[in-house]
Design a protein around this ligand. Structure first.
Ligand code: 9MR
Length: 374
C-alpha cells in the first residue's frame, strides 16, 4: 500500500516536472535552456551583434534572451560613422549611449564597431576631395568618437576590412587619400584618445592564406611603429559544409604568435546557395526561387550539417581557448540576420543558433555539448 502511494507520488511529481520543462511539441522551455555565456565562462566571452531595436529594448524576446546568453555585444550598425557622425560638425551619440547603459546594466562588455571603415561612411565624408580636409575628417572622427567612449567601452574595432583578398591594401578612400599608413595612424589616434580600451583590427576571410599574410604584414607594421594593437578579429562569415577549419586553426596560431588576442567577431553560417563570389556589402544579386529554397523551413539534412559545422568550430575554439578571447555571433536570431538580405534581398536564411522564435536550434545544443566534452 505504502509502496503504491510512493509510486503514485513519484509518477505525479515526475509528470509535473516534465510538464514544467516541455511544451506540447516536446521542445525545451526557457527554464532549462543552458546559457552560452555560462557554459563557456572559463573559455572565452560569448557575444552577439545588437540592432537598434534590441539596444532600445523594443524587442521583448531579445531583451529576455540576450542577458542570459551573452556577456559581450557589438552594435551591428549604430556606431558606424554614417550614424554617429552624420555631418562635419555633428555627432549623434544617442543610441551608442543607450548601448553603453544596456551593457552596464546587464554586465555585457561592449565592442565598438567600427572607427574606420570604407563602407557606411557619412555622405559628407564621401564627397570630400582634398586630402587635407579628408585627413581632418579622419582625425576628428577618431579623436571625438574614441574619446567620447573612453573608459566606457571595452574595445574598439579600430579599422575594419582594409585588405583585398590577395592581401594587398584595399583601394578605399582612406587608402587613396592618406596612403597605406592610415591603418597605423588610426591605431595611434585611438590609443591617444582612449588609452585603456583594447584596440583591434577586424576583417573577413583573413583566415585565408593570402589575406592572412597581408593581415600579418599590416599588424607587424603597426607594431614596428611602436603603436599598440591588442587583437585581431576573424569575422567568421562562413558557409554550411565548407568551414575552412585548417585555415582557421593556422590563423589562430599565427595571429597569436604576434602576441595578439584572437577573436571570432561576426560568426554566422550561410545555408543558402550563392553564385556570387563578391564580398562587397553594397553589391547585390537578383532574386530567384532557386536561390531561396527553404522558405518553409530548413530540411533536416541541412539542419544537421549546420549543427555539425558549429560543433566542429567550437571544438576548434576550445582547443585554442588560451588564444581566443571572444566569439561573437552576428545577430541574435535567424530572422534578424543580415544574411536574409545579402547578397539577395528577402531570402529566408538560417545562419545562427536561435530560430525566428528565439528557440535554440540543434546547432545550439551541439555547441553547448562541445564544452561538456572538452
Ligand atoms: O549586418 C550589417 C548590416 O545590417 C548592414 O546593412 C551592413 C552595411 O554595411 O553591415 C553589416 O555588418 C557588416 C559589419 O559591419 C562588417 N563586416 C561585414 C558585416 C556584414 O556585412
Amino acid at each position: 500500500m505504502q509502496t503504491k502511494l510512493i509510486n503514485a507520488f513519484t509518477a505525479g511529481t515526475l509528470a509535473l516536472l516534465t510538464l514544467g520543462c516541455q511544451t506540447s511539441k516536446g521542445q525545451a522551455t526557457s527554464q532549462e535552456i543552458p546559457s552560452l555565456k555560462n557554459t563557456f565562462k572559463n573559455d572565452f566571452l560569448i557575444g552577439t551583434a545588437l540592432n537598434a531595436q534590441q539596444i532600445e529594448e523594443k524587442d521583448p524576446k531579445a531583451a529576455a534572451l540576450v542577458p542570459k546568453q551573452f556577456n559581450a555585444a557589438t552594435p551591428e550598425n549604430i556606431m558606424k560613422a554614417e550614424v554617429i557622425h552624420p555631418q562635419w560638425n555633428t555627432y549623434d551619440f544617442d543610441l551608442a549611449d543607450k548601448l553603453i547603459a544596456y551593457g552596464k546594466k546587464n554586465n555585457i562588455k561592449i565592442n565598438g564597431h567600427t572607427l574606420i571603415w570604407h563602407s557606411q561612411m557619412p555622405a559628407f565624408a564621401r564627397r570630400i576631395q582634398d586630402v587635407d580636409s579628408f585627413r581632418t575628417f579622419f582625425t576628428n572622427h577618431i579623436n571625438t568618437v574614441a574619446k567620447r567612449f573612453s573608459g566606457k567601452i571595452f574595445s574598439w574595432d579600430v579599422v575594419n576590412e582594409a585588405l583585398n583578398e590577395d592581401g594587398t591594401m584595399r583601394q578605399s578612400p582612406f587608402q587613396q587619400k592618406l596612403g597605406n599608413d592610415f591603418v597605423t595612424e588610426a591605431f595611434r589616434l585611438a590609443q591617444a584618445a582612449s588609452p585603456n580600451t583594447e584596440l583591434y583590427y577586424n576583417d573577413y576571410n583573413n583566415e585565408q592564406p593570402a589575406k592572412r599574410a597581408g593581415c600579418i604584414a599590416l599588424i607587424k607594421k603597426i607594431q614596428a611603429a611602436g603603436v599598440r594593437i591588442d587583437g585581431v578579429g576573424i569575422q567568421g562569415h562562413w558557409h554550411v559544409g565548407r568551414i575552412p577549419l585548417k585555415d582557421i586553426e593556422e590563423s589562430i596560431l599565427q595571429y597569436a604568435a604576434l602576441g595578439l588576442k584572437v577573436m571570432i567577431t561576426e560568426l554566422d553560417i550561410e545555408v543558402l546557395p550563392r553564385n556570387f563570389q563578391g564580398a562587397d556589402v553594397n553589391q547585390r544579386m537578383a532574386s530567384s526561387p532557386s536561390l531561396n529554397p527553404y522558405t518553409n523551413g530548413l530540411p533536416d539534412s541541412v539542419q544537421q550539417q549546420l549543427a555539425s559545422d558549429y560543433e566542429a568550430l567550437f571544438g576548434l575554439f576550445l582547443k585554442h581557448k588560451d588564444k581566443i578571447t571572444r566569439v561573437t555571433f552576428w545577430g541574435v536570431n535567424d530572422g534578424q540576420s543580415w544574411l536574409n538580405d545579402w547578397p539577395v534581398r528577402g531570402r529566408t536564411n538560417y545562419p545562427l543558433l536561435f530560430d525566428r522564435q528565439f528557440k535554440p536550434k540543434p546547432a545550439f545544443y551541439k555547441v553547448i555539448a562541445t564544452q561538456t566534452k572538452s
